[in-house]
Design a protein around this ligand. Structure first.
Ligand SMILES: NC(=O)c1ccc[n+]([C@@H]2O[C@H](COP(=O)([O-])OP(=O)(O)OC[C@H]3O[C@@H](n4cnc5c(N)ncnc54)[C@H](O)[C@@H]3O)[C@@H](O)[C@H]2O)c1
Length: 412
């Protein structure tokens, strides 16, 4: 096996997951890869900066500076969203395959440019939705594709997290674009909880590396945090190919306990995550009374499987990459559609409450009652407007597969 030369782009924030993996793997004597260098203009703030210096790794401000002195088989990129397109293009044009963090990019136009660059350079571009590389989700998908559960009957997911001021009081979080006009479109559904909507589409996909493009989406979005620009409550339902109904909602601005859950129903089985047992384990209950325990897709070993898979694929093109540009398009098209079509809808001040995170000495605005309302909507598979909630507005309806670009209709 060839030793894969890697350049790590971005070592702070989530980039520390990559340097942490590389550090541990090298300490274990893993010689399948060599870290060739680091690119990060603020590298000194990274958790593993001292380790990188101690290892004598060259550190650069830009990828161009790195490639002037080195080559890499694989670039692993964990930088802010608005940098992904140009850094992926630079890496592929300099002969590197790419593993870039989710979301791939903000707009459908950027995804097209990236696909063209893949085609022209012959390099692969994998997108770091770690669940789509994890054994639990891939085992589940193999069983579904083999017809073990029968046809899908309905899929739904609900994610309610809490983010305080320190999270979005940041250079790019909760923003439409950066100071140079590059699209970011960061929000709870495009970024923070993107995994879960993407996973719903991914599990419904017709092949191991495919996700299902919905044929119709009815969507509502709302804004709770007054000082954040993008919406922070999203609720959608619609149909997947084969007229399979789905429902999804996510927010990081609802008062009450956090929820991270999904339930996928098939003719002969129901697959659940954090519904009756809150242990991050994917399980299928079959009609015959048996149970399949697929495991935890977010265990530390599963979180780093995407890195191991991409190192293996950089050496051996027959290694299948299960999350690439085509795989993330259903999520990207749905998000671009919601951002372009739904007018800004602030939640009325009478629903808002300030909460304090005493552990982190942090504070934030959250909405009362919406979480419980959404849990009822989840149960019924309906949208807030269909249940007549006082804070709701009519849904927009669109076909994500027909959306060709993001136009910035409501961007500020
Ligand atoms: N897969 C996951 O579960 C997961 C979790 C969190 C974040 N992420 C993703 O990781 C990416 C980074 O998010 P983050 O919150 O760590 O961002 P961040 O703002 O903390 O930045 C990450 C790193 O990028 C560096 N950086 C900034 N400008 C750069 C440049 N021009 N060149 C090279 N490096 C540069 C920063 O210095 C920092 O070290 C995003 O795409 C985010 O969605 C993924």
């Amino acid at each position: 096996m060839k030793q894969i030369k890697i350049v790590q782009v971005g070592i702070g924030g989530y980039g520390a997951t990559y340097t942490g993996y590389y550090k541990d793997a090298l300490a274990r004597g893993d010689d399948s890869f060599k870290l060739e260098g680091i690119v990060d203009p603020y590298a000194a703030k990274g958790a593993d900066y001292a380790w990188a210096v101690e290892q004598g790794l060259p550190i650069y401000n830009t990828l161009e500076e790195f490639y002037a002195e080195h080559a890499a088989d694989l670039a692993t990129i964990a930088t802010p969203i608005q940098l992904h397109r140009e850094q992926c293009v630079t890496a592929m044009r300099h002969g590197s395959n790419v593993l870039v963090e989710k979301p791939l990019c903000a707009t459908i136009q950027d995804a097209e440019i990236l696909q063209r660059t893949c085609n022209e350079t012959g390099k692969f571009l994998a997108v770091g939705f770690q669940w789509s590389f994890s054994k639990p989700i891939l085992d589940l998908k193999r069983d579904i594709l083999a017809g073990r559960f029968g046809k899908p009957v309905g899929m739904r997911g609900f994610v309610s997290w809490q983010r305080y001021l320190s999270y979005y009081n940041h250079t790019w979080k909760g923003r439409y674009r950066d100071g140079q006009g590059r699209w970011i479109l960061d929000s709870v559904i495009t970024n923070a909880t993107a995994h879960y909507l993407h996973n719903l589409y991914f599990v419904a996909g017709a092949g191991l590396d495919e996700a299902a493009m919905p044929t119709r989406v009815l969507a509502e979005s709302y804004k709770v945090k007054p000082d954040m620009l993008t919406p922070d409550v999203f609720v959608l339902r619609g149909e997947l190919p084969g007229d399979v109904p789905f429902w999804f909602a996510s927010s990081y601005s609802l008062a009450g306990d956090t929820v991270t859950t999904f339930e996928f129903r098939y003719e002969h089985a129901v697959v659940r995550f954090n519904i009756d047992e809150n242990d991050d384990t994917v399980r299928a209950q079959l009609d015959d009374g048996s149970e399949i325990v697929y495991g935890n897709p977010q265990s530390s070993d599963e979180r780093s499987r995407k890195i191991r898979t991409c190192i293996a694929a950089a050496d051996d093109p027959s290694v299948q990459l299960t999350c690439t540009i085509k795989t993330i398009l259903p999520h990207l098209n749905t998000c671009n559609g919601m951002f372009d079509l739904i007018p800004p809808q602030p939640v009325d001040a009478r629903y808002l409450v300030e909460q304090h995170d005493t552990n982190a000495n942090d504070t934030g605005i959250f909405a009362k009652t919406l979480r419980d309302g959404l849990l009822m909507a989840y149960g019924e598979g309906k949208l807030p407007s269909e249940l007549g909630y006082s804070w709701s507005k009519p849904a927009v309806v669109f076909n994500p597969g027909t959306i060709t670009d993001y136009q910035g209709t409501y961007a500020v």
